[in-house]
Design a protein around this ligand. Structure first.
Ligand code: XMP
Length: 517
């Protein structure tokens, strides 16, 4: 067990960023919904709490409240925005609506040296409407901003701190120092969350869970499942059987290339299963994104259960689920924010499953997965492959899925990616800021009129998407060279049956997501 900071989520869209900043400082932390029972939270080696921001007002009926065990634990607490207001309100201070919202870049003046910050003037990022009007007993004001008389507060005796601004976002340059000072100086957590420790902890945990049982590993050829399989293989060697499912939702040539690469890489038994017809029939008649995701999650599990039965004596299914999958699927104990999409391997799982899950990457962010992948000896081209969603082309083929529409999408996507590759813009290890982290085509069920060789056409639309991103939680669209876009567009309308229009997606995440569904 490692020193842990607990982040209680009160519904902020930035909660994951708090966790990322701490993990970057090699401090293990876990996010829990503020309503999660104390018994589920306090089993960890807890060194302190961070209370996230959130959209509510503390004085509203049904607003999230501060769980009693947080204060009574006597451990250090850092409240951010709503989290700070909640501390003030719960301990007897007064919080009210400010006369103006304070939003965006602001300057705070810190009046005295304290454990988190030295006195001085700092650029910070604010996003709040309410503000503290009076402090609880034993608290002092440590900082002010133009809109907040209490931009930073503390009861240093009890190690309780509050910030009206957000230290977790890049727009607060001093934020990283604040969080590190809280973790190391105030909570005295040790920086133990290193790739070497993650591997040794995971290997021990997998061995303890699995014993001498057999494990089926669901591999897709992507980074997450490859790293997962390498890790499980390190833990249990020949007790592992890897299975790659052709679900009919793969890109052009993917079944062949993944099978060849996996045979070479995974030093364990490897099977490819053809389940194209099962997936297509489970998806028939479904156009809603969440319905599609659930149908795919359920079908995957049934295919693996079937496979396990055929192989005999398999008790476990290993998946490459990573932390953002869990958080974005909004498992209720993990998050109080709105659900964006159900990742097929978390929110899309059926209630009843014959196999027990092994998910060694469940608490890791993508960059942590890549770091341990490299340490486990996986080659760069695999560790830095662009992500491909588990539900595959299903989430890029909007509307109802048919074999023919999938063929159309596959052909357009192959043209786009081959042109990008030819131009040297794809598959760069450690892509520099601003270059492509993920690029693909999606097929839209939007018909438009066109003209081709004197004939009227009425066909569907392909949208091209290319984004840069470090962590896939935020992303920017990439301005591709015009001549490349022109070549791709002309090739797609000329070579791909069923498409007469190509458009380019100019939205960042947020407000869009990277995938279209
Ligand atoms: P979004 O579309 O939410 O995607 O901005 C963020 C990253 O996650 C990938 N993605 C998924 N990966 N199962 C996965 O394994 C899924 O259900 C899923 N949905 C999105 C997406 O490709 C991007 O890299």
């Amino acid at each position: 067990m490692r020193d842990t900071l607990i982040i209680l989520d009160f519904g902020s869209q930035y909660t994951q960023l708090i966790a990322r900043r701490l993990r970057e400082a090699q401090v293990f932390c876990e996010i829990f919904n503020w309503q999660t029972p104390a018994a589920d939270v306090m089993v960890l080696q807890t060194k302190g709490f961070i209370l996230s921001g959130g959209p509510s007002s503390v004085y509203e009926a049904n607003a999230p409240t501060l769980p009693d065990y947080v204060i009574s634990s006597g451990l250090p607490i850092l409240g951010i925005c709503y989290g700070m207001q909640l501390i003030a309100y719960s301990l007897g201070g007064r919080v009210a609506a400010g006369s103006e919202r304070e939003y965006g870049d602001t300057q705070v003046e810190i009046s005295q040296n304290n454990s988190l910050l030295s006195a001085g003037s700092y650029r910070v990022w604010m996003s709040h409407g309410d503000r503290i009007e009076s402090l609880p007993q034993d608290f002092s004001a440590l900082g002010t901003s133009p809109g907040s008389p209490f931009a930073m507060i503390a009861d240093e005796g009890r190690h309780i701190y509050g910030l009206q601004f957000h230290p977790e976002v890049h727009h607060t340059p001093i934020g990283r120092t604040i969080l590190e000072n809280f973790a190391f100086k105030v909570c005295q957590a040790k920086p133990e969350w290193t790739p070497t420790n993650i591997i040794s902890d995971s290997v021990a945990a997998i061995q303890a869970l699995v014993g001498d049982g057999k494990v089926l590993a669901a591999v897709s050829g992507g980074v997450d499942s490859n790293v997962m399989a390498a890790l499980v293989h390190k833990a249990i060697g020949s007790q592992l059987i890897s299975v790659f499912v052709d679900n009919g939702l793969l890109r052009s040539g993917e079944r062949e290339s993944v099978s060849a690469a996996m045979r070479k890489q995974i030093g364990a038994a490897f099977h490819t299963v053809d389940a194209v017809s099962e997936f297509l029939s489970a998806l028939r008649g479904k156009a809603d994104p969440e319905q599609k995701r659930r149908a795919i999650g359920e079908t995957f599990i049934r295919v693996f259960e079937n496979q396990a039965q055929q192989l005999g004596k398999v008790d476990f299914l290993a998946q490459g689920t990573i932390y953002p999958d869990v958080i974005e699927s909004r498992a209720p104990e993990r998050s109080a924010a709105h659900k964006i999409k159900s990742h097929h391997n978390v929110g899309g799982l059926p209630d009843k499953m014959a196999l027990k899950l092994v998910e060694p990457l469940r608490f890791l962010f993508k960059d942590e997965v890549r770091a341990i992948g490299s340490l486990l000896g996986l080659p760069d081209e695999l560790v830095w492959r662009q992500p491909f969603p588990g539900p595959g082309l299903a989430v890029r083929c909007l509307g109802e899925i048919t074999a023919q529409r999938l063929d159309t999408l596959r052909a357009a996507d192959a043209i786009f990616t081959s042109e990008l590759r030819e131009a040297g813009l794809l598959d760069q290890p450690r892509p520099p800021e601003g270059s492509i982290a993920q690029a693909f085509a999606a097929l839209l069920p939007v018909y438009s009129v066109g003209i081709m060789g004197d004939q009227r056409t009425y066909q569907e639309t392909i949208v091209l998407r290319a984004v840069s991103s470090q962590d896939f939680m935020t992303a920017d669209w990439v301005p591709l060279p015009h001549d490349l876009l022109a070549r791709v567009s002309s090739r797609i309308v000329n070579e791909v049956h069923g498409v007469n229009r190509v458009v380019y997606d100019l939205t960042s995440k947020p407000p869009a997501t990277i995938e279209w569904e």
